[in-house]
Design a protein around this ligand. Structure first.
Ligand SMILES: CC(C)(COP(=O)(O)OP(=O)(O)OC[C@H]1O[C@@H](n2cnc3c(N)ncnc32)[C@H](O)[C@@H]1OP(=O)(O)O)[C@@H](O)C(=O)NCCC(=O)NCCS
Length: 167
């Protein structure tokens, strides 16, 4: 799971991509989130990504954050009404006041057990820690001092556990 690549079980040695990072958010797309074609709006998908990354950024920064930038977002597969939508994330950069979280969104049909999940998008979101007045503030010293370790090990939560359900 963590390296993003799995072997098939069918002796074909074909490499299959799997989600990379910690499961941050799991939800179901609803009719209100759809366009007239029945596919889910890109804006709703982006907001789920932003919220998922923000949850990690809030924990890491131990306070308020704002989103300052995202990388280019490319949608690889559509999401349909009633699909399960999962967002995975990992910290890939820690600066003085900012942190970048690489987020992946994956989706699968809700009603068929064992249905194949597909990647929807993979994008970096950058958050800045702010104070109550919305001014940038330094990340906690223990985070800045241990940035290499945090990035290397992956960051699950402040207490090191991952309470999110598996998908
Ligand atoms: C984010 C904000 C507080 C930054 O304030 P600022 O005084 O201009 O700060 P800076 O330009 O010094 O940038 C702060 C950090 O963000 C980083 N940053 C700024 N613009 C960036 C960009 N386009 N891409 C990546 N990182 C960026 C800087 O590199 C810096 O990181 P560091 O401290 O780790 O080195 C301010 O621009 C802001 O409030 N923006 C609006 C945020 C918002 O409303 N988002 C949508 C809703 S959450």
């Amino acid at each position: 799971m963590t390296n993003g690549i799995n072997q098939n079980n069918d002796n074909t040695d074909k490499l299959v991509e799997v989600p990379k990072g910690t499961l941050l958010l799991r939800t179901m797309s609803m009719p209100a989130d759809a366009n007239p074609n029945g596919d889910i709006f890109g804006g709703w998908l982006m907001s789920q990504m932003d919220a998922a990354g923000a949850m990690l950024a809030y924990e890491l920064s131990q306070g308020k954050v704002v989103t300052v930038a995202t990388d280019e977002i490319v949608f690889l597969n559509p999401v349909h009404v009633g699909n399960v939508v999962c967002v995975y994330g990992r910290v890939i950069y820690i600066g003085n006041t900012s942190m970048k979280i690489q987020l992946q969104m994956w989706t699968k049909k809700n009603h068929s057990a064992g249905s194949t999940r597909v990647k929807v998008t993979d994008c970096g979101f950058t958050y800045v820690a702010v104070d109550n007045e919305g001014r940038k503030r330094p990340l906690p010293r223990e985070v800045r001092d241990n940035k290499e370790q945090i990035i290397l090990k992956g960051y699950n939560s402040v207490n090191g556990s991952n309470s999110c359900p598996v998908d």
